[in-house]
Design a protein around this ligand. Structure first.
Ligand SMILES: *[C@@H]1O[C@H](CO)[C@@H](O)[C@H](O)[C@H]1NC(C)=O
Ligand SMILES: *[C@@H]1O[C@H](CO)[C@@H](O)[C@H](O)[C@H]1NC(C)=O
Ligand SMILES: *[C@@H]1O[C@H](CO)[C@@H](O)[C@H](O)[C@H]1NC(C)=O
Ligand SMILES: *[C@@H]1O[C@H](CO)[C@@H](O)[C@H](O)[C@H]1NC(C)=O
Ligand SMILES: *[C@@H]1O[C@H](CO)[C@@H](O)[C@H](O)[C@H]1NC(C)=O
Ligand SMILES: *[C@@H]1O[C@H](CO)[C@@H](O)[C@H](O)[C@H]1NC(C)=O
Ligand SMILES: *[C@@H]1O[C@H](CO)[C@@H](O)[C@H](O)[C@H]1NC(C)=O
Ligand SMILES: *[C@@H]1O[C@H](CO)[C@@H](O)[C@H](O)[C@H]1NC(C)=O
Ligand SMILES: *[C@@H]1O[C@H](CO)[C@@H](O)[C@H](O)[C@H]1NC(C)=O
Ligand SMILES: *[C@@H]1O[C@H](CO)[C@@H](O)[C@H](O)[C@H]1NC(C)=O
Length: 791
């Protein structure tokens, strides 16, 4: 107990300055065995959603935010300290004892002095905090876990060589690399990216002699190492004449923090860790990793397949290399962009760089142009100079044999040669052509599945879907209904972290078949809930709800069909903008559920029950289908209350038009409808209107701060037949000034929509009655039906 107290005190006194290898108190929860890992995909969209939340709750500029982020949530090289260590309330069997720690410590102690200005616990619940910590912190879980026979089964020949290992802890054949996320342009280490951006906003060149003199550096280096270093540095410099005194290739013995944060830092790890073993032989140096995600649709574990199971050779992983390259590219531009727009956020830079559209300030800067951008800036000579100096400093901390400067240069030259040899094939492998991007619908999505998919299939689909909806989830939601019971497995959430947390917590059986009536009843209750909410908020527009029924194999019974048809006709009396999308091998049953075509149904045929087939169908026919948001009429005057609608605010990106629809219900029996768009001043807009499937659109440009009103006189002359009204809003130019919290990206252009003359919806009068009656759903529906007819 006493020794423990001592450690705690020591920790606190050091914490303000130097980075220490023990897990800091705010991250200890992440290493408790009671906390299971987040099941959310390790992917860019999930990472950005976590960053965004932290950014919006800590109004720091990008420079302060990124250093504080590294301080508070990154700690490289954490590993379990021994196989049978016991966890107690006070003791955690984890510490940063692996090689990655040393580089991180030097970076934070010397090259990027910083304070922890973020109180993560105030913003992120433990699961989100730990996921972000894991994504930012490089380490490799190297010990055998027990699932290797499933994940990386051995051939008979390999198993011969495996037996030779005899220690109590066995290396895994496929260790797991942490601190990595998947992007469309390869797997990267976000910690490296953040460090690159942080250093670029605080660029420094630190002289080697200053480092050797710094207490924070010297304090735990063995005396013999330090004195050899002093001898080589200070004594030589004093005794030799000026022009020979410097033994470095470059004139100034200084190290750039941007290089330390990126490629030179990781290359130095190769030099220091492999150099003493293999010498200055490029062919014998191991650069890059043979690694892959075990499931590309649901990237959770990133496995490394080392060529020789007994040697650690992941000193410079593919993900670190790619992030180092992207980091160096971004470091060239970010300071300039921040100069232009002080409010620019880290999440926005990464969001735009890893997109087909590129960064709004300089659209050619994007991951699909990585090869060109990198070839224009990279010079191996610089890498040799920076890496050899940093390797020298790193070696003093990390290894016990003193390596003189010249030796370090020889090995670094070999390592850079190995890097150069690896580079072009590597960049080719991770290359993905720039494409024209399309609009991603902003929707509330409800998914229900039948018995043909097990939990893992559903999770793969939800993971893909969340990625495909991109960050539109910031406004839209995603949810999962149990296809049989109609209960929420995951209620509507704005991000995959929460969706997967609900799925993990869900312990009941997965659906064994689809029960369409229970699903529809839940949709009906949910629609009532959201409509009452919209009325309370005086909404004039809202997202559309998409109910995605994935039933590749199940067929409804005759009774279910009967109930489903009746429920659907009730639903359609009030909830016009709930889209039903059915995915099935045989669609004939689903096609006859609705009595009439209501402009809100989609039927997608899938050739099989395979997840990938369903994904292809949903991608082609739902996502690319421009699902419009809805403009809705007010609540009808009720008990002398008048409902005054509030403006609907929205944002549009250049090349990504937004779509709106007014359902015919709101147009019927109305003499004049006016829909007005008001530009809030971040660019120029083009708004268009048309009816039904008309080819001719009536369009109008709206200048910054301008408005335009569309007038629909007598929009539905015939009582039997009326077409919906459609609108699009496109940004024709952007001033890049969207600084609003709701703006995902700086080049979004904001606008407001208002309308008058829409027919009102008599819902609230029914609301109270319905709320109490809904427990017996089907009977309540009959009540709803009759009331609507009375009104
Ligand atoms: C590389 O290592 C192998 C075995 O470890 C050794 O046989 C070979 O000579 C080394 N190559 C060079 C160029 O030193
Ligand atoms: C991924 O790994 C898990 C175990 O960690 C395994 O259950 C699952 O089947 C694997 N998925 C694929 C596609 O290999
Ligand atoms: C790299 O930079 C060095 C000096 O820093 C210069 O001499 C050399 O020509 C450059 N090489 C390339 C390929 O640009
Ligand atoms: C995810 O969504 C939930 C609810 O939808 C919200 O409480 C949580 O803060 C969100 N987390 C992030 C990281 O955005
Ligand atoms: C899942 O369960 C854990 C532990 O009980 C809880 O902390 C977490 O909030 C739950 N997740 C959701 C989304 O409710
Ligand atoms: C509707 O709202 C009530 C109360 O807010 C909630 O308990 C219920 O779960 C909601 N129902 C659905 C289907 O969302
Ligand atoms: C909606 O309108 C009513 C009546 O005009 C008003 O009392 C109420 O505060 C409004 N609610 C919101 C959220 O704006
Ligand atoms: C689809 O189902 C309908 C009704 O059950 C049936 O008549 C039809 O033959 C089926 N079509 C195919 C291609 O199996
Ligand atoms: C209508 O308003 C009156 C007076 O404000 C109130 O007493 C009555 O309960 C209201 N009726 C309903 C159905 O809300
Ligand atoms: C619509 O009507 C308003 C007046 O009611 C008028 O100011 C406006 O110019 C009209 N818009 C169009 C496109 O005709």
């Amino acid at each position: 107990m006493k020794t423990h107290m001592f450690h705690v005190l020591l920790f606190f006194s050091l914490a303000k300055s130097a980075v220490v290898p023990s897990v800091p108190s705010h991250l200890r929860d992440c290493y408790r065995s009671s906390l299971a890992d987040s099941q959310a995909p390790r992917r860019l969209d999930v990472y950005l959603s976590l960053l965004r939340k932290l950014e919006l709750n800590n109004q720091l500029d990008m420079r302060m935010f990124s250093t504080a982020l590294l301080r508070s949530l990154r700690l490289d090289g954490i590993e379990q300290s021994s196989a049978n260590a016991v966890e107690t309330e006070f003791l955690l069997p984890y510490r940063a004892s692996s090689f990655q720690f040393h580089k991180y410590k030097l970076l934070m102690d010397i090259f990027l002095p910083s304070q922890n200005l973020i109180n993560v616990d105030e913003t992120l619940p433990v699961e989100e905090k730990c996921l972000l910590h894991e994504m930012l912190s490089s380490t490799v879980r190297r010990w055998e876990r027990g699932d290797e026979n499933v994940v990386c089964p051995v051939s008979a020949q390999q198993s011969q060589t495996m037996v030779t290992q005899s220690s109590t802890r066995i290396n895994s054949r496929c260790p797991i690399e942490e601190g990595v996320i998947q992007t469309n342009w390869g797997t990267v280490s976000p910690g490296t990216l953040v460090a690159a951006i942080a250093t670029s906003l605080e660029p420094q060149r630190v002289s080697v002699t200053d480092i050797l003199n710094a207490n924070i550096f010297k304090q735990d280096i063995a005396e013999p190492m330090m004195s050899s270093a002093k001898q080589e540095w200070f004594e030589n410099i004093e005794t030799l004449p000026n022009d020979q005194g410097n033994r470095w290739q470059s004139d100034i013995p200084e190290i750039s923090n941007i290089w330390v944060a990126t490629l030179a830092g990781d290359l130095a790890e190769v030099v220091v860790n492999q150099g003493p073993r293999v010498g200055a032989v490029a062919q014998n140096m191991s650069i890059g990793t043979n690694s892959r995600w075990n499931d590309t649709l649901l990237p959770r574990h990133h496995y490394i397949f080392p060529p020789d199971g007994s040697i650690i050779d992941w000193h410079f992983t593919d993900a670190e290399m790619l992030a180092g390259i992207d980091g160096l590219i971004l470091a060239q531009y970010v300071p300039k962009w921040v100069e232009q727009r002080r409010t620019l956020r880290l999440s926005q830079v990464l969001d735009m760089y890893y997109s087909n559209d590129g960064v709004s300030f300089e659209p050619t800067v994007r991951a699909c142009n990585r090869r060109t951008l990198f070839n224009n800036l990279f010079n191996s000579t610089d890498l040799v100079t920076e890496a050899s100096k940093f390797a020298y400093v790193l070696s003093l901390r990390q290894i016990t044999v003193y390596m003189p400067v010249q030796e370090m240069e020889r090995i670094t030259n070999a390592a850079v040669t190995a890097f150069d040899n690896y580079l072009s094939a590597f960049l080719r492998q991770n290359h993905n052509e720039c494409r024209v991007s399309n609009s991603v619908p902003v929707i509330d999505l409800i998914v229900a599945t039948d018995g043909s998919w097990k939990g893992n299939d559903v999770e793969e689909f939800m993971s893909w879907m969340g990625g495909a909806l991109e960050s539109s989830l910031q406004r839209g939601t995603m949810s999962l209904l149990h296809g049989n019971s109609g209960q929420w497995i995951a209620p509507p959430s704005h991000n995959l972290t929460t969706v997967f947390s609900h799925i993990k917590n869900y312990t009941d059986q997965w659906p064994n078949r689809l029960n369409l009536p229970t699903v529809m009843s839940s949709v009906l209750r949910h629609s009532l809930n959201s409509s009452l909410m919209e009325i309370a908020n005086n909404a004039s527009g809202a997202l559309s709800t998409i109910v995605l029924i994935i039933s590749p194999s199940d067929r409804p019974s005759a009774t279910e069909m009967e109930q489903a048809r009746s429920l659907m006709s009730s639903l359609r009396t009030t909830y016009f903008d709930v889209y039903f999308t059915y995915v099935a091998e045989n669609l004939s049953d689903f096609q006859v559920i609705s009595e009439y075509m209501d402009y809100s149904e989609l039927f997608l045929r899938t050739p099989s029950t395979r997840v990938q087939n369903v994904i292809d169908a949903v991608d082609d026919f739902l996502l690319k289908n421009h699902i419009p948001s809805r403009l809705i009429g007010p609540q009808c005057p009720f008990n002398n209350t008048v409902f005054k609608q509030v403006e609907y605010e929205d944002f549009v990106l250049p090349n990504r038009p937004m779509y709106y629809r007014i359902h015919p219900f709101y147009l019927q029996q109305q003499p004049l409808i006016q829909v007005q768009f008001r530009n809030s001043g971040q660019g120029e807009l083009l708004v268009c209107m048309w009816r039904g499937a008309e080819a001719s659109h009536s369009c109008q440009t709206i200048e910054e701060r301008g408005t335009h009103a569309f007038n629909l006189t007598n929009p539905c002359p015939s009582p039997d037949f009326c077409l919906p009204a459609h609108f699009t809003v496109a940004a024709t130019s952007s001033s890049n000034t969207c600084a609003h919290n709701d703006c995902r990206l700086p080049h979004e252009v904001g606008y407001y929509i208002t309308h008058t003359g829409l027919r009102c919806l008599p819902l609230r009068a029914l609301g109270r009655i319905l709320q109490s009656e809904l427990s017996v759903i089907v009977s309540a529906l009959l009540i709803l039906k009759s009331i609507i007819y009375i009104l």
